[in-house]
Design a protein around this ligand. Structure first.
Ligand code: GCU
Length: 387
């Protein structure tokens, strides 16, 4: 019934499984020369895939010298009746004689007894909505980033804002980190220069540079969370930065977890029309030409292996293609297997609101629409604890 309603106002977008075109996915374990790769060949195959994603989808990050500095601008100890310490850090990027900065918020739970001395798993959220300021983050409960709940579960909770790193808007290249670094390098962007999704992930990586200096942070258990456009960025950030041990891609859809070749819901044509600045310029040439893409999104999941990946969908979020999001995860299984890890391989999706975890991968499809809810956070934290 829901599908029928969607179809009625679909505007030409496909919401029927029966209308998914036939497609063949590019292989993970066959290199560009057509040879089957072994575990020993994986680093080379992985580099090949990274280059393809850089060249054709997310773009290449600039090769320009920069320095990063951190200023603690606010600190409040013992918030929430002594449950946590809060800190606001200014992340300062220095290049070409000038500076670009954005905010990092960090909340560290105060634990007792044995737990007090141990470094904690840390969850950094790439927030693509209204990013709270320091006072508001402490004072007001927020379902999108439930920072108190995250701390109560024993995690360090950190967050940065997409928009502060690079404006989430057309024609504002000069105002973000991409414009800043382009200016510093003196080079003009090319069709394979990075898009905003990649720059947001880079901004998270600089925040991780800071988190790694904190004794409270367990360096081997840094997780990154992103919703929707943030979920697309989370998978690519984890591909680019191996310090991200766990990637959580929530309702990420086209250009995220969903397979592009399915053309279900949002398509390459549509996304590169509405949000061209998210990707490198070259991605646009695959609009209505998905079969020609040298990669598909299951290979993006494979790039995170053998690290952990958690993917979610929502039953009414057909725009993001729930089935295509699930398929990416199971189609990435050969990479996990090659690297000696277990992952989800069941072809049928789990029932709504029932989490599935196998080894390094996890998945759930929540009842309802597009969104990142406390339920989603709870499920994800279960997954992190299982890692
Ligand atoms: C739009 C866009 C999606 C994206 C979403 C979001 O709907 O088409 O690709 O995931 O915004 O970020 O909320």
């Amino acid at each position: 019934e829901f599908v029928e309603k969607k179809m009625a106002k679909s505007g030409g977008f496909n919401y029927r499984e029966a209308d998914v075109p036939e497609y063949q996915l590019p292989e993970i374990l066959k290199n560009e020369a057509g040879e089957v790769v072994t575990a020993g060949d994986w680093p080379a195959r992985r580099s090949e895939l990274m280059e393809l994603f850089r060249e054709h989808v997310y773009g290449r990050r600039p090769d320009v010298p920069y320095e990063v500095r951190f200023d603690v601008v606010h600190e409040q100890k013992g918030i929430w009746d002594g449950a946590a310490n809060a800190r606001e850090v200014k992340v300062r990027i220095l290049a070409g004689g000038s500076e670009y900065s954005y905010t990092l918020l960090v909340f560290v739970p105060i634990l007792e007894g044995d737990k007090a001395a141990k470094p904690l798993p840390t969850i950094i959220h790439l927030n693509n909505r209204d990013f709270p300021d320091f006072e508001k983050a402490i004072a007001e409960p927020d379902d999108f980033w439930p920072v108190r709940m995250i701390c109560e579960q024993g995690f360090v909770a950190a967050a940065v804002s997409t928009k502060q790193i690079d404006p989430d808007a057309k024609n504002r290249f000069d105002d973000g980190i991409r414009g800043f670094l382009a200016k510093a390098s003196g080079q003009k962007p090319t069709p394979s220069s990075w898009g905003a999704l990649s720059s947001w992930g880079w901004g998270v990586s600089r925040a991780i540079d800071y988190l790694l200096t904190m004794p409270e942070v367990d360096k081997t258990r840094i997780a990154m969370v992103g919703h929707s456009r943030g979920g697309k960025a989370a998978l690519w950030a984890a591909a680019e930065d191996p310090r991200i041990a766990i990637a959580y891609s929530n309702n990420s859809g086209c250009g995220g977890a969903a397979l592009s070749r399915r053309q279900f819901g949002e398509t390459v044509d549509r996304i590169t029309t509405s949000f061209p600045y998210w990707f490198c310029g070259r991605f646009r040439q695959y609009a209505n030409q998905e079969a020609k893409l040298p990669v598909d999104q299951h290979q993006l999941v494979a790039l995170v292996a053998p690290r952990a990946v958690y993917i979610t969908s929502a039953t009414e979020d057909l725009w993001a293609d729930p089935h295509g999001e699930y398929l990416s995860l199971i189609e990435a299984a050969p990479a996990f297997e090659l690297l000696g890890e277990e992952s989800i391989v069941q072809p049928t999706m789990p029932a709504a609101d029932k989490q599935r975890i196998v080894g390094k991968t996890g998945y759930h499809i929540r009842t309802g629409g597009h969104g990142l809810t406390p339920f989603d956070w709870q499920q994800f934290m279960q997954f992190v604890k299982a890692q």
